[in-house]
Design a protein around this ligand. Structure first.
Ligand code: GRF
Length: 197
């Protein structure tokens, strides 16, 4: 019986596409929902083109009332009955109450080598710090932001002259390898962290 995977997005959804495309054949999971907080998210059209059910809960009408937004988010999410939730470019901070509902069953990809550079502007911060390498991390989502158990990391060199844009472009393809690899392992019951390359 396939596990049902809901994917939450806010933007282009390139990680969502990589995850959804990986869930075929003997893969233990299937995408059951793509849910966005932004009606304009480019990933919604990509999900529809792949035949994946979509839903939108625009966060803006809730004017910062996180609990009310999350209560609205719960409706399509619980209706899809996911076994696992993958945050993929989802840009809303979730409350501890929401996270607790899915503790151990919610993953996120973050564009830094955690625990370094939690939060935003990760690539610019790595460059400013003079780091010689950067990368991305897939981790379990816990109440603390970008802080849960690490399930996988991918590393790239920071090159002279790199900008946040050139570094992001070097890391993104690795995100698209790392996240599907970690997702499959988690669905197979394996949580020991992996490293790419
Ligand atoms: C990626 O850099 C990812 O690490 C971060 O959001 C960015 C956009 O991801 N979480 P996507 O193209 O929307 O999947």
């Amino acid at each position: 019986m396939n596990k049902r995977v809901a994917i939450l997005i806010s933007g282009s959804g390139s990680n969502m596409v990589a995850l959804a495309q990986s869930m075929t054949g003997d893969h233990p999971g299937r995408a059951c929902l793509v849910l966005s907080n932004d009606p304009q998210a480019g990933g919604l059209a990509k999900a529809r083109a792949m035949g994946i059910p979509t839903a939108v809960v625009d966060h803006r009408p809730f004017k910062g009332d996180r609990a009310a937004f999350e209560a609205a988010l719960m409706e399509p999410l619980l209706a899809a009955a996911p076994d696992l939730i993958a945050l993929a470019g989802f840009m809303r901070v979730l409350t501890p109450d929401f996270v607790a509902r899915f503790e151990g069953r919610m993953l996120n990809i973050h564009p830094s080598l955690l625990p370094k550079y939690k939060g935003l502007n990760t690539h610019a911060r790595a460059i400013a710090a003079g780091d010689t390498e950067a990368g991305c991390t897939v981790h379990e989502v816990t109440a603390a932001l970008d802080d849960g158990p690490i399930l996988g990391q991918a590393r790239v060199p920071v090159l002279p002259g790199d900008t946040a844009e050139t570094l992001a472009a070097r890391i993104l393809p690795l995100e698209h390898q790392l996240y599907p690899a970690v997702l499959r392992r988690v669905l197979e019951g394996k949580r020991a962290p992996i490293a790419l390359p």
